[in-house]
Design a protein. Structure first.
Length: 334
């Protein structure tokens, strides 16, 4: 009874001083806990905004990369936007990068379409405060990037030469249908192929560029066949190049006579593989590249350690082993 009288007196004194402290212990704790808990929750569950800028929007390689990135973003509670130019061209990618930079996302995953020309606009992303991860392709100067994630493209080119050598019986003329100079990935694939062809004892007759245009790749292929009627094999360094090379061989009436090893495994290429138009595909792992890019960007934003360079592997696909690698082909949609 004496204790209750003392508490009542204390409350009266505090109320007189204008201090509202005599509510129930539960209410007081709830109010205090709600304030600090909200702040902590807000900090712990910040919805980071990221953007993936592809080399070109319509390429199943980048669509598959986006699928992997979106899955990882959902897992981490991150919002991921997907952008890209209509063609693999620095002049078209630059305004896309500039528009993204103006929005100042927390992080950007970007596949540069040129090792030199895209340096300034992509560097601006970093200067604006966005964490930048380079995915698939890279830049000559990439020190500002928190991570670079790509396939072992030179190794993939060497694997393509080895595979093509086996397909044509270990000797003969081989040719490369490439995209354009100045793209880090395809430059390395062509380099690896040229070295691998030499090691395999093949006769390398050079390369021509198609500007990532299947119709131009078909024309380049037919021109190479006209110049080298005894050509035995073609290495196409990317999805559109392989599609065009297959068309060129078909239109030249050389189906079955000239073997093709393509890089990438889009739906059209896989269909050509099943039909026997293309004899082998070197499939990258774009979904893994996208997921790794989101993870590295998230690590950088949350103060965790990042990996400066990450190399992803590839799978050699043939008609015979396609059923054993159901996840290797690229997706047309997520």
């Amino acid at each position: 009874m004496a204790r209750r009288t003392w508490i009542g007196a204390a409350c009266a004194a505090l109320l007189a001083l204008g201090v509202a402290a005599c509510g129930s212990d539960d209410n007081s704790n709830t109010s205090s806990g709600s304030s600090s808990g909200s702040s902590s929750s807000s900090s712990a569950k910040k919805n980071y905004k990221m953007t993936l800028i592809a080399g070109v929007k319509g390429d199943e390689f980048y669509i598959t990369m986006n699928c992997g990135a979106q899955a990882k973003a959902k897992e981490l509670g991150v919002t991921l936007d997907f952008q890209g130019p209509d063609k693999f061209d620095a002049g078209l990618q630059t305004p896309v990068v500039n528009a993204v930079a103006a929005k100042k996302p927390d992080a950007v995953l970007v596949a540069p379409t040129d090792t030199k020309a895209m340096y300034a606009p992509i560097k601006q992303l970093s200067d604006n405060g966005s964490k930048v991860a380079l995915v698939d392709t890279t830049l000559d100067q990439a020190d500002f990037a928190i991570s670079q994630i790509a396939s072992d493209n030179e190794g993939g080119g060497k694997q393509a030469a080895k595979t093509l050598g086996e397909l044509i019986g270990g000797s003969g003329k081989v040719f490369v249908v490439n995209v354009k100079p100045g793209i880090s990935t395809t430059d390395l694939r062509a380099k690896g192929f040229a070295e691998g062809a030499k090691e395999a004892g093949l006769t390398y007759v050079g390369q021509q560029y198609d500007d990532d245009d299947p119709s131009k790749a078909a024309a380049v292929t037919k021109a190479a066949l006209a110049k080298n009627p005894d050509l035995k094999g073609i290495f196409a360094t990317n999805l559109f190049s392989a599609e065009g090379a297959a068309t060129g061989i078909r239109e030249a009436g050389k189906l079955g006579q000239v073997k093709i090893v393509g890089f990438d495994a889009g739906p059209k290429q896989v269909e050509d593989l099943k039909k026997g138009t293309v004899q082998a595909l070197i499939a990258q792992k774009p979904g893994e590249i996208g997921a790794d890019g989101v993870q590295q960007a998230y690590n950088a934003l949350t103060g965790k350690s990042t990996q400066k360079k990450i190399g992803t592997g590839f799978t050699s696909l043939t008609k015979d082993n396609l059923s054993e690698n159901p996840d290797a082909p690229y997706k047309a949609s997520c």
